[in-house]
Design a protein around this ligand. Structure first.
Ligand code: CTP
Ligand code: MG
Length: 561
């Protein structure tokens, strides 16, 4: 049933695309590959990267008409795929069949003459379409279909969830509404490709690759765009034998990998700042453990983090992608837990002592490995199934995982999403965080090697703790909320949608009830310590009463979240 649902969704996406022929073929191939378990992560990324290189991003006048737009653009080459979206104005992503069309299009572009300022004459693939005054301007802009690139507000989400028939359906609905669309992912790859053009001025063979939630299949609309500058293709060995001579480049030496990464990022960051159209608020954060350049890409609306030399993080994105592919329940549970955590302030967009989405995802994976019938294999098992060609050692860390997913044999676990969600909260509401470390490599609790409040072993850099930043207060809040939510999911008023409810506004129940403001959050640090063992708080009592009376009163409260 779950896979039927995602097939339906995939079909809906396809019918939305105007020039879907190629997309359909690609999608079918991917689906067929996925069915056979053969769709490899790297093949999918390469495909998207190649599409992005054949694409341009065009800012359009507000009254643009789709037909006129396509007629004009198609003069330069065959348009394979396109879509419109709204950011600061209307934008179009246009994917041509071949790169030559971009050369033809650029040959027709001019550098604007700005009146009071001067322009940096950098010819990127971020363009603006203007009316010239000749021909007729259209006012049929209302015919444009605009893609959504932001998640719906929480009160709307709650309404959608409350209208579902079961908690399992609620989790599926949440994933459907929040996950990145194909178009959004294309736009993310396009932004990477546009930035690559800037970095390529110094390193022509470089690639900028997205990682993290853009590619790990757990990304929510609006999430940041994590990228890394991949220079590995440049340093390939090319020894000629026989002549007794060889040539090598003279290079500047840095004192360590880190200092080289810092200087490369510093220069690229400067170029992005000075020459990158649409890139604003550039900050170079070069002294972080993982040096990065942070900026906003205005035309796409993405918050961007550019790192370099970050192959391990790419591998952990692949690992998450693989786990997400193995069983549809994994993504549904992760989306639900991430959303729950965000609403209750367990995670935050501001860096600090909060639990991150990455840590939260690993917590879910670990829980699924710890079921009586494990729903997921351990990372060691994924490594043991790998072919010799899958072998991957990065900076001395064994990052090998199987790429052919059909080799993975799963155990028969038939738990419903409702049961998994409830037991997730119970599991972490009672977890021995003080003595135990979470380890998805072994799929077992381990003794903590250090005294940080929360210890989650980095899957590949096993000496690192991915949740080192988390302090006792934040861990306690997480545990308190887990207990509260576990308790809520035992209440029959929370578990069932009220029979006969047909009103437009359905009171929140199930997952939607878990998203209501929490006592652990609103009580503040002082009050929380006292209240954390009393989940039957005033809030819950009120909620239960409103659910019992089925007056719809709780629905109004939700909109305040
Ligand atoms: N990462 C890591 N160790 C950490 C933090 C992050 O290896 N302590 C890697 C992970 O691969 C992670 C990626 O960096 O997926 C990006 O980090 P982040 O943006 O924090 O997480 P996302 O998974 O992208 O989630 P979000 O939607 O919150 O951006
Ligand atoms: Mg991210």
């Amino acid at each position: 049933h779950l896979s039927q649902k995602s097939d339906l969704r995939a079909r809906r996406i396809l019918t939305r695309s105007t020039f879907a022929t190629k997309a359909q073929t690609v999608k079918k191939t991917l689906q067929a590959g996925a069915a056979a378990g053969k769709e490899s992560f790297s093949a999918l990324q390469e495909e998207r990267r190649e599409q992005a290189e054949r694409s341009v991003l065009i800012s359009c006048p507000p009254n643009i008409n789709q037909k006129k737009f396509l007629d004009y653009i198609s003069k330069h080459g065959h348009v394979q795929n396109h879509f419109f979206y709204q950011s600061y104005g209307i934008y179009a992503v246009v994917e041509f069949s071949t790169k030559d069309s971009i050369t033809a299009l650029k040959a027709n572009c001019t550098i604007p003459s700005v009146q009071h300022e001067a322009a940096v004459p950098f010819k990127s693939r971020l363009l603006s379409l203007k009316w010239t005054g000749q021909g007729s301007q259209s006012n049929a802009s209302n015919t444009l279909k605009l893609q959504k690139h932001l998640p719906i507000p929480i009160n709307e989400l709650s309404q959608h969830l409350s209208k579902q028939e079961s908690i399992d359906q609620q989790l599926q609905c949440l994933t459907d509404l929040y996950q990145l669309t194909e178009e959004n992912i294309s736009l993310r790859f396009l932004v990477c490709s546009l930035l690559r053009d800037i970095a390529a001025a110094y390193f022509p063979e470089c690639i900028i690759r997205p990682f993290g939630s853009t590619v790990n299949s757990f990304g929510k609309l609006g999430c940041d765009l994590d990228m890394f500058l991949d220079l590995d293709g440049i340093s390939g060995q090319n020894q000629r034998k026989g002549s007794g001579l060889s040539l090598e480049y003279q290079v500047k030496q840095g004192t360590s990998e880190r200092t080289v990464t810092q200087s490369v990022l510093s220069v690229i960051g400067e170029c992005v700042d000075q020459f990158g159209p649409g890139c604003v608020g550039v900050q170079k954060i070069l002294n972080a453990r993982c040096p990065l350049v942070r900026f906003a890409h205005q035309p796409s609306g993405f918050q961007c983090d550019l790192t370099a030399n970050n192959r391990v993080a790419m591998k952990s994105s692949e690992l998450l992608f693989v786990y997400g592919k193995l069983d549809a329940r994994v993504r549904h549970l992760v989306f639900a837990v991430r959303c729950w955590a965000r609403v209750h302030g367990i995670t935050s967009s501001i860096p600090g002592a909060w639990i991150t989405n990455f840590s939260l995802t690993v917590l879910v994976l670990f829980f699924l490995q710890r079921r009586t019938q494990p729903l997921l294999p351990t990372l060691d098992q994924l490594r043991d199934l790998a072919d010799p060609s899958d072998q991957c050692i990065i900076e001395g860390n064994d990052c090998t995982i199987v790429s052919d997913l059909s080799k993975i044999k799963l155990q028969k676990n038939t738990d419903t999403l409702e049961k998994l969600l409830q037991e997730f909260f119970e599991f972490y509401g009672n977890f021995a965080f003080s003595s135990t470390s979470i380890n998805i490599r072994k799929g077992k609790e381990q003794n903590k090697p250090e005294s940080t409040p929360l210890h989650i072993q980095n899957p590949f850099e096993t000496g690192l703790n991915i949740s080192k930043n988390v302090n006792t207060t934040q861990l306690e809040r997480f545990v308190a909320l887990c207990r509260e939510s576990a308790w809520l999911l035992e209440q029959k008023e929370v578990l069932k949608r009220n029979a006969g409810q047909s009103a437009d506004v359905v009171p929140p129940w199930g997952l939607a009830a878990l998203l209501l403001p929490s006592v652990a959050q609103s009580a503040g640090v002082k009050g929380r310590r006292k209240k954390k063992h009393h989940p039957a708080s005033e809030r819950i009592k009120t909620l239960l009463e409103s659910l019992k009376s089925s007056s719809g009163g709780a629905g109004a409260k939700q909109s305040a979240v």
